[in-house]
Design a protein around this ligand. Structure first.
Ligand code: NAI
Ligand code: NA
Length: 397
């Protein structure tokens, strides 16, 4: 038992609150349940299922469509006096809620990039579910050890060809400063593509197909981001953008592979949101704080659960063909990218400085979302209470 307080190191908190994380999961479940059932997937594999968009995908599959789910993630277990990573507590809460609702759910904690975890997952699908009809690929990682070469690749978030200089905010202090990021060097692009591109997604789908673990008409979806011109040099036209280009191109390759089972691969372009992954990208927090302010004022703000709920109900499972853009991508960043919204961000961006950001931007909303990631800042959680940090995940295989 311990009292858990945030312990900040750089862009993350080293601690997370088990009760707050549970609250976060329960809130998301409530959101999707209120919307009623969608005739969505029935047997789902979520790779990257413990936080962010992947967790929301698992929740909408299970509680929005009564699906059996297998979730794969890479999270730190608790030790006496040391809390687990948030995704651990989220998954423990998910398993608990799924059991209460009578839903099949099992979880695997390990490196999804490895052959070993792929095999373990596919064995579990074969023995428990037979086949899956949806595979959600939602990994965000800074490193990948390649299963064939043994080389460990590290991704970088850098511009290509020129130094990038623009405003950024330290969202803890609210201080707006100018940041310069040196362009990538050497094998930075190849390494970033190796980690965040589509190769591992394709490996998963090949292995699933090989094992006859995909239903007829199975779908797979991976998540991408485009974003505005403001962040283009560091995001979409930077090293990470090259990886996203590769991921998006891989969807077509996978669709070809899946022809035999009449399956299809999609990339969904999602909205910018506060997650552990996005907090580490310079410039993005300032952009998100302005974006949140404007989208909330317009009544069109969404978090992960709202985004994924809309993805299922209004894109993937409508009984009509899946609407895509001219590059075959699903767009649930449509409200973020609305011309009027972006035009206002450009204006506010010019004005943004330490003195006015708390007025013109939603710094409070940013911070609150950030602390929520670690289970902090929830109503009806008494943070002065001692809590049990040694939470186990039921049905962890
Ligand atoms: P996240 O950091 O919340 O989730 C990452 C997930 O991957 C976690 O479940 C984690 O346990 C798992 N993971 C990481 N390394 C692993 C490994 N080696 N083996 C097994 N599991 C591993 O990230 P988020 O933001 O939900 O990102 C998911 C996808 O959505 C990414 O492709 C990201 O680029 C994309 N996206 C994110 C946006 C954002 O603003 N956060 C916007 C649009 C797309
Ligand atoms: Na995720």
């Amino acid at each position: 038992m311990m009292i858990v307080k945030p312990l900040m190191r750089g862009f993350i908190s080293l601690t997370s609150h088990p009760v707050g994380c549970e609250k976060n999961v329960v809130n998301q479940i409530e959101y999707t349940k209120k919307k009623g059932l969608v005739s969505g997937p029935k047997k789902v594999l979520v790779i990257g299922a413990s936080t962010g968009f992947g967790l929301a995908s698992r929740i909408v599959s299970a509680f929005g469509s009564n699906a059996s789910t297998i979730g794969v993630f890479f999270e730190k277990a608790p030790a006496e006096g040391k809390t687990a990573s948030p995704g651990w507590y989220n998954s423990a809460a998910f398993q608990k809620e799924a059991a209460k609702a009578g839903l099949y759910a099992k979880s695997i904690n390990g490196d999804a990039f490895s052959d070993e975890i792929k095999k373990k997952t596919i064995d579990l699908i074969k023995s428990d579910l037979g086949k899956v009809d949806l595979v959600v690929y939602s990994l965000a990682s800074p490193v990948r050890t390649h299963p064939k070469t043994g080389v460990t690749h590290r991704s970088v978030l850098k511009p290509i060809g020129q130094v990038f200089t623009d405003k950024t905010v330290d969202f803890h202090t609210g201080k707006v400063t100018t940041v310069s990021i040196e362009p990538c060097v050497g094998d930075d692009i190849e390494n970033t593509v190796a980690v965040m591109g589509g190769e591992d997604w394709q490996m998963w789908m090949e292995a699933l197909l090989e094992a006859d673990a995909l239903s007829d008409n199975a779908m797979t979806v991976a998540y991408s981001y485009i974003g505005p011109q403001l962040t283009e040099a560091v995001y979409r036209r930077g090293t990470i953008g090259k990886a996203k280009d590769h991921l998006e191109a891989t969807a077509f390759k996978i669709s070809d592979l899946l022809k035999g089972v009449s399956g299809k691969a999609y990339v969904s372009v999602n909205k910018a949101l506060v997650t552990q992954a996005s907090s580490a990208i310079p410039v993005i927090p300032l952009y998100i704080s302005l974006l949140y302010k404007i989208m909330k004022a317009e009544g069109i703000h969404e978090g992960c659960i709202e985004q994924i709920d809309r993805l299922y109900r209004e894109r993937l499972y409508t009984n009509e063909s899946v609407p895509t853009d001219d590059k075959g991508r699903i767009r649930i960043d449509d409200w973020e990218m609305r011309e009027d919204i972006q035009a206002r961000i450009v204006e506010l961006w010019k004005q943004a400085e330490t003195e006015n950001l708390s007025e013109i931007g939603d710094l409070e909303g940013y911070k609150s979302d950030f602390f929520n990631l670690f289970g902090f800042g929830f109503e009806n959680v008494n943070y002065a209470d001692e809590v049990n940090e040694m939470v186990a995940i039921d049905n962890l295989v």
